[in-house]
Design a protein around this ligand. Structure first.
Ligand code: ADE
Length: 370
């Protein structure tokens, strides 16, 4: 089977089996294509769809996104992870309004110059929204190409060249989506469904009898574990103190209860009052005296490259006192009414802590109603 036959087979399989996804509706709106591609990075289609719909209900156009405050953008992204994606989308929307009058540029170099747009996203937007002859390479495409060509440990540069060489001129959009769909419906990482594959006869990995072995999986190291001490500080009116994380860092711009990483040699014994006091002073410049301290619980959360456990205490102050954010800790501190906590973009583990706190602070004998 020639390369041309391979491409034709793939495209005719795609014509029958393509997924009907919201961002694929014709005519394609470049803003929607771009948004979907950013949301789909590291995130499953089923997770993305409700976020995508909510986002477009609030920001139907690129202009609407550019005009919105960052806080609101982050709030809509809450729970999707990799928050730099949302900050970059927002910054890029503003750049497109300022520089291109609100029209997304069509060429790869202009797309690549925008915040948060790398080679994958530029190729996806150029090919899917503008039908430019640009390749894409994501996890699915890498797997399909590695298997067809029997590559166990291919370098990305080689796969980009292969993806480029196979592109049928004028049909790059369909070809790229066909590779994505084959990778997610048929050429699965485990137990690939080779019986359904249009490329089976041409596939070196299938011929080997062990398609799963292509590409070989990197051995997974146990991700490092961080422990985080957290104080949910409450004033007599029930307002809670939140800090906004530095914009450029991990979970940048999101709000959290006052927290700090624990040193490796610290023991967490459920009696951590001194540690807690020092931490609150160091991070929020707040002197905690005569406070009522209550253990709230532990919350675990896994990121891609590490795991965290939050150890959380409720700290009820007898009176609200002055605060001062440590420059390396928070860009802002805010006392927030309980009803308002829902409106701020919190990290996922802070959202869980907030739920624990609310459940524990219900009056005795109270029941929740559904
Ligand atoms: N994953 C990344 N981009 C995608 C797309 N456009 N459709 C389906 N899955 C995807």
């Amino acid at each position: 089977m020639s390369e041309q036959d391979l491409v034709e087979r793939l495209l005719s399989w795609f014509a029958h089996h393509k997924r009907d996804l919201p961002w694929r509706r014709e005519p394609r709106d470049p803003y929607r294509v771009w948004l979907a591609e950013v949301m789909l990075q590291q995130t499953q289609v089923a997770t993305v769809i409700p976020y995508y719909e909510r986002w477009l209900a609030r920001f139907p156009t690129l202009e609407a996104l550019a005009a919105a405050p960052l806080d609101e953008v982050l709030k809509l992204w809450e729970g999707l992870g990799y928050y730099a994606r949302a900050r970059h989308l927002h910054a890029a929307a503003r750049a497109i309004v300022n520089k291109y009058g609100g029209r997304i540029p069509q060429t790869l170099p202009a797309l690549l110059a925008l915040p948060g747009i790398g080679r994958y996203t530029a190729g996806a937007v150029a090919s899917l929204a503008f039908n430019a002859d640009a390749p894409v390479l994501d996890g699915n495409v890498k797997r399909v190409l590695s298997r067809v060509y029997g590559l166990r440990a291919p370098k990305d540069a080689a796969l980009w060249r292969l993806a480029q060489a196979l592109l049928p001129p004028g049909r790059a959009g369909a070809f790229n989506e066909a590779l994505m769909d084959l990778g997610s419906l048929v050429c699965l990482p485990r137990a690939p469904r080779c019986a359904l594959c249009p490329l089976r006869e041409r596939c070196a990995a299938f011929a080997s009898g062990d398609p799963e072995a292509f590409p070989s999986r990197a051995t997974k190291r146990t991700p490092p574990h961080h422990r985080v001490l957290t104080a949910l500080i409450v004033d007599p009116d029930g307002c809670v103190l939140l800090g906004q994380r530095p914009i450029g860092g991990l979970l940048g711009g999101l709000w959290e209860f006052i927290s700090s990483d624990l040193r490796a040699d610290c023991v967490v014994d459920g009696q951590g009052t001194d540690q807690l006091k020092q931490m609150i002073m160091a991070r929020a410049g707040l002197a905690v005296e005569h406070a009522e301290v209550k253990w709230l619980g532990e919350v675990k959360h896994a990121f891609t490259h590490f795991r965290i456990t939050r150890y959380a205490w409720q700290v009820a102050l007898p009176a609200r006192r002055a605060t001062e954010a440590a420059p390396n800790a928070y860009v802002a501190l805010r006392w927030v009414m309980p009803a308002e906590v829902t409106n701020l973009a919190l990290t996922r583990s802070d959202r869980k802590l907030w739920q624990i706190y609310q459940a524990l602070s219900l009056p005795k004998g109270a029941t929740t109603s559904l």
